[in-house]
Design a protein around this ligand. Structure first.
Ligand code: SF4
Ligand code: SF4
Length: 460
């Protein structure tokens, strides 16, 4: 694939100021949403069956904070019946883009195809709620560069080691709300920046040749998840490539309506991943759904075909492992555990059973259902930082259900969910192991105790 991509110079979105999307000249007469095919609005028959699946409706109970209400608002703005005032924008901003409404809708409404271009138009027109400048720089300039993020957190790592995870609390009243939320989310920071060899060989007979996508926030905060993914794939008979030129998938930019920046990142990934592989394996639900959407993201660029080809190779790690004849783990984890469905895995990629079936292959692990397992935990990409109050409410709701399940471990397959659930369990149940399923699977394959207090049983 690398050779198929035109060698036009593409670089990460600039650090010097606003993203390229801000610079896009936009005719002043454009109404947000006018580029959305109008039929997509008409798919909604106003039945309301989606409302009980919508996290913001569950919390607020207001029609305009439900999918049906938001579709009505967007259509009203496009028709010119509803002015795009701050109240309308607030209802739209509160949407998590979790796509639970798509799973619930019997009419096949493609809600993501409505809210995402609508947000892009708001962004282009400068009508989206402005974030503080420091937060914009953090989200759209720093986070897509994992090595920079790791170095920028160096002083925080030191403070965590000396004063603990809550070192910032005495300063809380001086800190902006979003910064407090970010600091509260931080897990213990890894001591080193992980670098993987570009290629590792399969154990035993080779069954597949895959490339692994590392993710940027994921790679800074959860490098051990990437390591477990690479080792597990190796153990399952895969040659594993870790292309060193891969970059952020562009999800943060894409969901915030910064399409040009997302397209630039997508082009870099087209060059980074070779075509002679069986799959591009992803362990972060949000990154996986964005990579699978590259055909759509690049549709109006010369890279559309390459985007579709790359997207066709992308597989969530559970989806991929389910296609192999999975070698069963040799060690047991005698624990009671549950599983939270990350929105961009269950709603955006329709992957629900594969992670559960894999976890159930671990000897002695008892997997129990989680109430509202498909309701967003409030992480939702950068939502935690842009809408901290609603994110908190949803995080507490999720933690309450996990506590009710009375488990020793909760598994979920998305970096944002791991951060959010850990944060909300830390106060009441710090003993609960919050982990990615591949951590448990790899532990059960290699017999290493993954977390203090979690036992590993050795087969007779
Ligand atoms: S989005 Fe679907 S489920 Fe919701 S009101 Fe419209 S048709 Fe009904
Ligand atoms: S994407 Fe999620 S938060 Fe937004 S309307 Fe649909 S269910 Fe509600």
């Amino acid at each position: 694939m690398a050779s198929a991509v035109t060698q036009q110079k593409v670089s990460l979105p600039t650090l010097s100021g606003a993203s390229a999307d801000h610079a896009t000249p936009t005719p002043v007469h454009i109404v947000p949403g006018q580029t959305i095919p109008y039929d997509l609005f008409l798919d909604c028959v106003h039945c309301g069956l989606c409302t009980s699946a919508c996290p913001t409706f569950l919390e607020l109970g207001t029609e305009m904070d439900s999918p049906r209400g938001r579709i009505y608002l967007m259509r009203g703005v496009v028709d010119g019946r509803i002015p795009l005032d701050q109240h309308v924008r607030r209802h739209l901003d509160l949407c998590l883009d979790c796509r639970a409404c798509e799973s619930a809708c019997p009419s096949g409404v493609q809600y993501g195809r409505l809210i995402e271009p609508f947000r892009t138009d708001l962004q282009r027109l400068g009508l989206q709620a402005r974030l503080p400048r420091w937060l914009e720089l953090l989200l759209f300039q720093l986070f897509p560069r994992p090595q920079w993020t790791w170095w920028s957190l160096y002083p925080v790592r030191g403070l965590q080691r000396v004063f603990g995870l809550d070192w910032w609390k005495p300063l809380a009243s001086w800190l902006p709300l979003q910064l407090r939320h970010m600091l509260a989310l931080l897990p213990p920071l890894p001591r080193r920046y992980y670098r993987f060899p570009e290629q590792v060989r399969a154990h035993g007979e080779r069954r597949a040749r895959v490339a692994v996508f590392l993710g940027c926030v994921n790679h800074v905060f959860f490098p051990h998840v990437n390591e477990a993914t690479v080792r597990l794939l190796q153990f399952q008979g895969c040659d594993v490539l870790v292309p060193k030129n891969q970059v952020c998938c562009g999800a943060l930019h894409y969901h915030a309506g910064r399409i040009q920046a997302a397209q630039q990142l997508a082009q870099l990934n087209l060059r980074a991943f070779p075509s002679e592989i069986d799959a591009i394996v992803v362990n972060v639900a949000g990154c996986g759904s964005t990579l699978k959407d590259y055909g759509h993201l690049l549709a109006d660029t010369p890279y559309a075909e390459q985007g579709r080809a790359l997207a066709a190779k992308v597989k969530d790690v559970h989806e991929f492992l389910a296609t192999l004849d999975f070698y069963p783990p040799g060690f047991g984890l005698p624990i009671r555990a549950t599983y939270h469905d990350a929105c961009h895995l269950c709603h955006a990629q329709q992957i629900r059973q594969q992670p559960r079936r894999l976890l159930q292959q671990i000897p002695e692990l008892s997997l129990v259902p989680l109430q509202e397992s498909e309701v967003c935990c409030g992480a939702a990409g950068s939502y935690n930082l842009t809408q901290p109050e609603m994110a908190d409410r949803l995080g507490q709701r999720k933690a309450g259900h996990i506590l009710q399940a009375d488990v020793q471990a909760v598994f979920t397959a998305n970096a944002g969910c791991l951060l959010q659930i850990r944060r909300h369990l830390r106060e009441h149940a710090p003993h609960i192991w919050v982990a990615h399923p591949v951590e448990a699977l790899w532990a059960a394959c290699n017999g290493h105790i993954p977390y203090r207090g979690i036992p590993v049983s050795v087969p007779d």
